[in-house]
Write a protein that binds this ligand. Structure first.
Ligand SMILES: CC(C)(COP(=O)(O)OP(=O)(O)OC[C@H]1O[C@@H](n2cnc3c(N)ncnc32)[C@H](O)[C@@H]1OP(=O)(O)O)[C@@H](O)C(=O)NCCC(=O)NCCS
Length: 189
């Protein structure tokens, strides 16, 4: 089993680590962060150390910093990791259902009970959080976040780095603009 390094460890990190443990495809070597957390995994220092760990043979990384519609920190970390040479595998909880005709980009996270249906095209570094539903032929831009239990009906497009809040519903065919925030519980129609 190959090693993976977790980058940044907040609340989202706990979800990502749990999915990696359940998936059993990678062994978590530890995490980098600005400071040590009490999460049970070895603390590997700040992001300055990432290059050294890559040189020592850890080639996989998972970005564990969440995204609530503000800032571009996930993009910066992604670019840094790619610059070093890391691979960012798709992390998918075993309970998620992903159609074989869906395309999923590098570094995307698909949480517990999420559904990604036929023909969906999901970009890089997207978060499809627990119980979110991405229906057939939706197109999700890089760095977007579909929060817990949000529903995207068929053929919805979500722009780059947009955020669809918890339990929001976007009806079929609607377009969410890049960086747009859909509030929790909203109905976009
Ligand atoms: C929309 C959102 C980003 C606004 O946050 P904010 O900029 O801090 O705004 P505030 O909390 O100051 O609220 C501003 C106004 O919007 C209203 N508002 C906030 N969230 C709302 C929501 N989800 N639905 C309807 N109205 C909302 C507030 O009542 C307030 O109204 P007022 O000016 O009449 O008092 C935030 O409330 C939200 O929904 N975040 C998403 C959380 C989420 O989905 N988390 C999931 C993590 S997986």
């Amino acid at each position: 089993m190959e090693d993976i390094i977790l980058v940044g460890f907040g609340g989202h990190g706990k979800s990502v680590a749990d999915c990696i443990e359940r998936e059993k495809l990678f062994r978590i070597a530890g995490y980098t962060d600005n400071k040590e957390q009490s999460c049970g995994y070895p603390y590997l220092g700040t992001d300055q150390e990432l290059f050294n760990y890559f040189e020592k043979g850890i080639k996989n990384a998972a970005v564990c910093v969440g995204y609530l519609g503000k800032g571009s920190i996930r993009k910066k970390i992604f670019e840094k990791l790619k610059g070093i040479g890391f691979t960012l595998p798709v992390i998918k909880d075993p309970s998620a259902v992903v159609s074989s005709s869906a395309r999923i980009g590098e570094g995307t996270f698909i949480g517990k009970g999420a559904v990604v249906n036929a023909g969906a095209q999901v970009g890089r570094m997207v978060i499809i959080n627990s119980m979110a539903l991405v229906e057939h032929e939706c197109v999700l831009g890089d760095f977007s976040h579909i929060a817990v239990a949000a529903v995207l009906c068929g053929e919805v497009s979500v722009g780059r780095a947009a955020f669809v809040g918890a339990n929001a519903t976007v009806i079929q065919g609607m377009k969410i603009k890049p960086h747009q925030i859909v509030p929790a519980g909203a109905v976009v129609r």
